[in-house]
Design a protein around this ligand. Structure first.
Ligand SMILES: CC(=O)SCCNC(=O)CCNC(=O)[C@H](O)C(C)(C)COP(=O)(O)OP(=O)(O)OC[C@H]1O[C@@H](n2cnc3c(N)ncnc32)[C@H](O)[C@@H]1OP(=O)(O)O
Ligand SMILES: O=C([O-])CC(=O)C(=O)O
Length: 379
């Protein structure tokens, strides 16, 4: 057995996947062979979900039927609303609230007692339900913590537009709906990122889908992963409030040994292609509002860190100013990442079930050997 230690599993191949591929030197990302640029420009979130879950792009008829079957699952049971109300009253942190709610979805899932956790038809239904209900739960949580009543989902709106409608109790205009839909497409899958791997590890024990997705939500929340998008916006606001030059501010942060959120990546050695697309969106939104301050500040930081540290922005860097300009509260940026990424988690869990082997690496033991037992009263 090889004894080479790979800290953080860097570069280690642990599975075969047909879902997404990252060329980290070229800055290229594909889902099932389609470039992220083509998908972002042309496909809806539902269309990409279908591609990931079913293997091919849907025909118009297939997409209509798939989208309706998702929309039908958007509602939440009364018990789920009670739980969300309680979490909002306790002022729970949004990712923790989401993790709890996603876990509890299994209590209301009509397929939860099916014994074969790998059953494809059952998992297709469970996957649709989990993905369809997360936006409803997140929008309800956000409203309840602000003292507002939840807005019931509408089945006549797309996945992205319906979320914004439930969040704001107002149908979004076309620009907002399309921008949000594109952001969901950009975030849905990304190889074996930490949260996806976490879902796969859980599934590999033959735990069922809700457990795998709950593991993944917890893993996404950390500041080295999905949690970085909210930290980027907090940083931009801190820079703005300090009235200092963005590059001066970042220089100080780096001198203090701080990590700058939204920069660096385990796989990309160049700019993340998703950051390019989101950067353009951020600029467009700023221009439409007549204020490109956030975009310009971001560009100044990107240029400085590129020159000084050779680090490029990842997906979280420009999603921050994009969401901010859409009026989305900063502390739900990471739950929104989960709202999209759940589609990728499910796709990878289905692949895992399809060709399962328990995931169980080893650690090199560096602890004591041959200690003598000492009775408790003699220690
Ligand atoms: C959706 C996503 O998950 S995208 C990633 C989101 N996370 C962030 O944006 C948080 C900031 N970024 C980081 O912390 C890292 O770049 C990670 C976690 C994304 C990747 O980490 P790793 O592949 O393990 O790289 P590692 O942590 O070894 O960093 C390599 C070097 O670059 C430096 N570095 C990496 N990212 C940053 C950063 N954002 N700011 C400052 N320095 C950084 C490290 O300090 C390290 O330098 P050293 O070798 O002198 O110690
Ligand atoms: O791939 C990764 O390690 C992190 C990332 O960009 C993502 O999950 O989208």
């Amino acid at each position: 057995m090889a004894d080479e230690l790979k800290r953080g599993l860097e570069g280690v191949l642990v599975a075969e996947s047909e879902l997404s591929h990252i060329d980290g030197d070229a800055g290229r990302l594909i889902y099932r062979g389609y470039t992220i640029e083509d998908l972002a420009r042309n496909a809806s979130y539902e269309e990409v979900l279908y591609l990931l879950w079913h293997g091919d792009l849907p025909t118009r008829e297939e997409l209509d039927s798939f989208s309706s079957s998702m929309a039908e699952e958007r509602h939440l049971e009364a018990g789920a609303y009670d739980e969300i109300r309680e979490l909002a009253e306790q002022d729970e942190e949004p990712m923790a609230a989401l993790r709890t709610v996603v876990s509890s979805f299994s209590a209301y899932d009509p397929d939860s007692d099916v014994e074969d956790v790998t059953d494809e038809d059952v998992n297709a239904r469970k996957g649709r339900r989990i993905t369809a209900k997360i936006p409803t739960a997140l929008a309800a949580f956000n409203r309840l913590r602000n003292g507002e009543e939840p807005v019931e989902p509408r089945e006549d709106l797309g996945h992205a537009a319906n979320f914004l409608y439930m969040l704001n109790d107002e149908e979004p205009d076309e620009v907002l709906a399309e921008t949000f839909d594109m952001a969901l497409v950009l975030h849905v899958d990304h190889g074996l990122n930490a949260s996806t791997f976490s879902a796969m590890v859980t599934a590999s024990t033959l735990a069922e889908l809700h457990s795998a997705i709950t593991s993944a939500v917890g893993t996404l929340s950390g500041s080295l992963h999905g949690g970085a998008n909210a930290n980027v916006m907090k940083m931009l606001k801190e820079v703005d409030d300090s009235d200092s030059d963005p590059t001066e501010w970042v220089k100080n942060a780096l001198d203090e040994g701080r990590r700058v959120p939204g920069f660096g990546h385990r796989v990309y050695n160049v700019k993340d292609p998703r950051a390019k697309i989101l950067g353009e969106k951020s600029e467009e939104l700023g221009e439409a509002a007549g204020d490109t301050k956030w975009y310009e500040m971001s560009v100044a930081i990107e240029e400085y860190i590129g020159e000084e540290k050779g680090l490029a922005p990842n997906v979280d860097f420009y999603s921050a100013s994009t969401y901010y300009q859409m009026g989305i509260p900063i502390d739900i940026y990471t739950p929104i990442f989960a709202l999209s990424r759940v589609g990728g988690w499910i796709a990878h869990v289905l692949e895992q079930y399809d060709d399962n082997r328990l995931i169980r690496p080893r650690a090199r033991y560096v602890g004591d050997e041959d200690n003598e037992w000492v009775d408790i009263d003699e220690r």
